[in-house]
Write a protein that binds this ligand. Sequence first.
Ligand code: NIG
Ligand code: FE
Length: 412
Amino acid sequence: MIAAPTLVVHNIGALVTCDPTHGEPGIVSDAMLVASGSEIIYAGRGRGAGFSSPSADVVDIDAKGAAVIPGFVDAHTHIAWLGDRSAEYAARAAGATYEEIARDGGGIRRTVQSTAAGTVEEVSAAVAARARRMLEHGTTTVEVKSGYGLELGAEMRQLDAALAVAVGDDMPDVVTTYLPLHSLPEGDREEFLAEVCGPGVREAAARARFCDVFCEEGAFTVEECRRVLVAAQRAGLAAKVHAEQRTNSGGARLAAALGAVSADHLEHADADDLRALADAGVTGVLLPGAALVLGGPPPPGRRLLAAGATVAVATDCNPGTCFSESMPLMVSLAVATAGLTPAQALVAATSGGAAALRLADRGMLRAGLRCDAVILQTNQWIDVAYHLGANLAATVIRAGRVVATGGGVPSR
Ligand code: NIG
Ligand code: FE
């Protein structure tokens, strides 16, 4: 027996499924989307034949010919922070480099100072404000990293703060990542690493799904990152790596060798690195906002696809290198700077993000998956990429429920 519908979106001009069985990005025209509870029970052509006519308990939405896309999956963010680094942004515009600012005590360390002392409630309020803005832009799942705690208790408070937001109904789904190797410790490095590899990963395993490391000159070495990720994997956390962001430091090869879920940034990755990621089934996460703000080479979107890798696009939302909650802007930047087509960029921002978080239940509009979708203010899905900096989300649906309505002026 077919489940009773609880949500019907009809009169969809273009249903962009991001399901490869329909092509790329998998468009079905004159379509409808039907959910029962949190799950899609129908996504395809038609007007509602086969479904009971809308009753009082069914939410019935007329899309009026607009395009509908899957909710964005933002697979890389650092939104658990307090404090302000706008002065650094101005200093960089005046010529200072990210590394110089970090050496002078600014950068990630400055955010550690302002965040580590924060209570769970304070950090959670900051996460909630940013997550809500993400939802309003169409993001229905967001990954949140720790990394501004440094000391174990503060790191756990950041994860708890993100988890507290996860229970909110008017928020995106939150997936947490323990990022212990981000800022350099002030005390003994060996003691710090031993604590991360022992109680750190054990306590994080109860709060997070992934463990991430910043493998970079001036941050942590390949061997330090390997040690922590091996301990994390033993504790049940899957691995992620900030790799080849500022220099070619070996993070991508490490991600491939450990069977990490993703390698992120990759601006300085070479052809062998990208092939190794593809061969090992590691998703490459492009962060075109951070690459643009910092300068330097663009993310290797086209090269990753040519190597055969799965590609994701994410915001990297953080106070230092990219203060943006907007996945649509990242889709535009992935096209303008990383060599993706609009269709590839949209797929990377939805099903690619789901792959980067190993979430098999979302990222596409297909029966049996979660009903996370965005009704756009336009009948052209390509406007998500083409219309830079606009928020074209009219109605955001998360787990089969309407959670945000943009109600802006239609763009066409
Ligand atoms: O992904 N690369 C390291 N971490 C962040 C920046 C964090 C910060 O500057 O606060 C990034 O770019
Ligand atoms: Fe990052």
